[in-house]
Design a protein around this ligand. Structure first.
Ligand code: PGA
Length: 248
């Protein structure tokens, strides 16, 4: 696994954008899987800057988001579809029809999860996966205890995740208790992964994921088995790591 330590969140976004842009140049059509949350925002800002400068073209890019809350309409201002439109898709030359977010309002949620997984497989799989990491080690909404072989499905959120995400809602009770998420198995099928983490509050989690044992109790630790996973993390987030890593 490759670990790149950068000075701050802005540098983290820039570095991750570089990795993805290099890979995009090689392909005529590019399948990108995206994450929500505060962490990837510097990356999306960098994508927008490069797109406006004519350095990155999203016109043939197809995206699949990792997850979506069950029961939130895409128009809800805390839905992940809304987040993606507001923070990225509305500002780059991507075709909205090429952007996919799980449907948290589907009548038959299980069938729509299967369909999402099938769509990803049929398109030939994901070229690059962007991930954040939750305080409890989750990737997507694969909470601790998630099967390392899991595919897209509904997960019940832990109290920690609900509390972490309450800051975006008026009150904690408004946070949905379930979400659709690509599974850890879905993430393991992707060709390349970049996991972003910033801030001292994630230092213990990143240490467990990178230097601890592979365990479903720290879902991100499964990436130790991925053939091409890169962590791009800030200095303060890397403070508890004990091995030597690339520093830029
Ligand atoms: P954050 O969330 O980027 O808002 O810290 C990360 C996550 O929960 O995956």
């Amino acid at each position: 696994m490759r670990v790149i330590i950068v000075k701050n969140a802005e540098e983290m976004g820039k570095k991750a954008a570089n990795l993805i842009a290099e890979e995009m140049k090689e392909k005529t059509s590019f399948i990108l899987s995206l994450a929500t949350g505060s962490t990837p925002l510097p990356l999306y800002k960098d994508f927008i800057k490069r797109n406006k400068a004519g350095e990155m073209d999203f016109s043939t890019v197809i995206t699949f988001n990792l997850d979506e809350y069950v029961g939130l309409d895409p128009a809800h201002n805390q839905s992940y579809r809304y987040f993606m439109n507001k923070n990225l898709f509305d500002h780059i030359n991507i075709l909205k029809k090429n952007t996919h977010v799980p449907n948290g309002m589907a009548e038959d949620i299980d069938a729509s999860c299967k369909e999402y997984e099938k769509m990803i497989d049929e398109i030939g799989g994901i070229d690059y996966q962007v991930l954040g990491i939750g305080g409890n080690g989750h990737i997507g909404f694969n909470e601790p205890g998630s099967s390392i072989g899991s595919l897209t499905r509904v997960k019940t959120l832990t109290d920690e995740t609900i509390s972490d995400n309450a800051r975006f809602f008026e009150k904690k009770e408004d946070v949905p208790t379930q979400a659709i998420t690509m599974g850890i198995g879905t993430i393991m099928k992707t060709k390349k992964v970049v996991l972003l983490a910033s801030g001292a509050n994630k230092a213990d989690t990143v240490k467990a994921a990178l230097e601890g044992p592979i365990t479903s109790m720290c879902p991100a630790s499964a990436l130790q088995l991925h053939r091409f996973a890169t962590y791009v993390i800030t200095e303060d987030c890397a403070a508890k790591l004990t091995l030597n890593y690339e520093t830029v």
